[in-house]
Write a protein that binds this ligand. Sequence first.
Ligand code: MBD
Ligand code: FE
Length: 285
Amino acid sequence: MSSEIIEVEASAAASGNAATARFRESGKTTAVETSTERVSLLANEVLSAVYDTVRRHEVTYAEFNALKAWLIQVGEDGEWPLFLDVWVEHVIEEVATGNREGSKGTIEGPYFVPDAPTLATPGTLPMRDDEPGTPLLLRGSVTGTDGTPLAGAHVEIWHADDDGLYSQFAPGLPEWNLRGIIVADEHGHYEINTIQPAPYQIPTGGSCGNLITAAGWHAWRPAHLHLKISAPGRQLLTAQLYFEGDSHLSNDVASAVKPELVLKPLPTADGTGRHVTYNFVLDPA
Ligand code: MBD
Ligand code: FE
């Protein structure tokens, strides 16, 4: 496994620009097939909502110009992925997955990187020798909604470290720190050793932070693990798991918490870490 240190400058613009570059590389923009009628309908409805707001609240030229300057800044900071994932993705995810019977998922967010190292189960995520944080053992099963154990399912996990930093989006971290793909065994069981992530503030030094400050909001997300669970013939499940007792469960800036996604870890027998079981159920493709 590579221990290359990826140098990313420690600023909101640097993490924003890294997220923008990752999005451009992701290929997510290539398969859009939307009719002119639908583009017109959606654009007109969004613009109508803007006109309503302007009329209802008598928005001034000064406010209009502040908006223009702010939108320009969002692009310069590379924060369109951050803005859209924090304030819009949750409703896209709700609509996209509303008819599923299997496990609940939630938003992906801006910090996924494909092609993480693959590990057999039980596996330990790549981490530094002195990685700070409480050890966490996450294990469970992956089955279909029909109850079939999904042998060889992929449990992909990525999360922030004890300082709330994601590898490849913050300076000085090994390339794949706290990122990996665990391959479930022949019974569909998986077991991952990692550390518990810290409560997390979205970057505050850029335009999204400016909006939060100007509006008197806060930048916190509850501590979370990001996951993508996949198996042939099943729908991809993109999820996050949270921790009972976190004070930001009820006021996540990204509105991405669901009660089904809250873990209740127990102390390990030796008292040094925590363990928890979580089972994933995948809908048919
Ligand atoms: C994150 O880590 C995150 O998960 C989301 C949704 C937005 C910003 C940073
Ligand atoms: Fe995150």
